[in-house]
Design a protein around this ligand. Structure first.
Ligand SMILES: [Fe+2]
Ligand SMILES: [Fe+2]
Length: 176
């Protein structure tokens, strides 16, 4: 049995604060992609969906004179590092299993190589799935961070995903 659901994570005030900053629509879409890729690559769909949902919670808003400044962002961003730590803290607070919390935090840390000098990462399957899920929802110029979604629709889609993950736990060999 899962200790924590996507719904519990999503509705927590801390998650709400940071998910709104980086875009709820992107987070929900990435979680859905992660569930799909998890089945393709035979990794745990619960961990993949949670990591994808939270992968951008480390974002800071790089505004200069009221507008997003991409140069500032590219130079100074460490959202993957911040996000991994933030997500881990939140998951532990909600009651996630310690080992699972680490398994979720590492793909968040590695979902982008933007903070590394050479950008050479060798990803394990779960980490690869989360990076793929993020990429699958990316839009040019970071537009995916600004796409709007109705809060209720986001919740319903995560509930659907929770049910799929639960079914997957019961019947791991059956494709949902
Ligand atoms: Fe990101
Ligand atoms: Fe992202």
């Amino acid at each position: 049995m899962r200790k924590v659901t996507l719904e519990q994570i999503f509705t927590h005030p801390i998650a709400q604060k940071y998910l709104q900053r980086s875009g709820i629509a992107h987070a929900v879409a990435a979680a859905e992609h992660a569930f799909r890729f998890a089945q393709k690559y035979y990794v745990n769909p619960d961990l993949a969906a949670k990591a994808a949902l939270l992968h951008d919670v480390g974002h800071y808003t790089w505004y200069r004179d009221g507008e997003w400044d991409y140069d500032l962002y590219r130079e100074n961003d460490i959202h993957a590092i911040k996000g991994a730590s933030r997500a881990h803290k939140l998951l532990i607070r909600i009651g996630e299993d310690r080992h699972a919390a680490k398994e979720i935090a590492v793909p968040i840390l590695l979902h982008t190589d933007s903070y590394l000098p050479d950008g050479q990462l060798h990803l394990k399957p779960l980490q690869h799935v989360v990076a793929l899920a993020d990429e699958a929802d990316e839009e040019f110029g970071g537009k995916h961070h600004y796409r709007k979604i109705d809060e209720q629709e986001a919740l319903e889609r995560l509930r659907t995903l929770d049910r799929k993950i639960d079914r997957n736990y019961k019947y791991p060999d059956r494709v949902v």
